[in-house]
Design a protein around this ligand. Sequence first.
Ligand SMILES: Cc1ncc(COP(=O)(O)O)c(C=O)c1O
Length: 181
Amino acid sequence: MAEGPEFSQVRAGSRQSSQKSLNRCGAKRRPFPHNDFAALDAILTQIRGQFAKVMIAIEGTYSMDGDIPDLPRFVETRDKHHCLLFVDEAHSIGVIGDTGRGIGELFNVDRTHVDIWMGTLSKAFASCGGYVAGKKALIEYLKSAARGRLARLSGSPSASRLARHFRTRASDLHGPWRDLL
Ligand SMILES: Cc1ncc(COP(=O)(O)O)c(C=O)c1O
């Protein structure tokens, strides 16, 4: 694709919010068959050279089917094609893994092998707001580039407190949750 945008996002499902983000930043979206890392590998082998940057976006648990991606295989695909890997843990954080730390814990994957971890406090943590986790440079970049949004949309102390409270109550009920956050 000679005149394609510089940044391509390759993902399976598609939330409206992620589609809007792609439209706003001008990225091209390339879906791949659900959870199929071999198909993703084949697509990337074909198109990777056309883009400066590619981000693979997956979810920790897919809400419609309740299935979980094979994270180590997606990390391998990321490494092979020099992409970024984004994992949306909205439905997995607080639920998946022995202590609820999500699919990184389930697969015992080095968390630094995922470039962007994103999650919400509105599901397992019974609050609202969310988080992005990654390397320091990414977080510094977001703090700087999204400063206006951080000022207007950051989580309220009461919502954060509620999420923390729920974590504490959950740890009372289920021992392994004690160290979750
Ligand atoms: C996969 C996924 N990511 C992110 C979100 C966003 O969560 P929130 O409703 O807290 O903004 C949702 C919400 O349903 C979701 O299903």
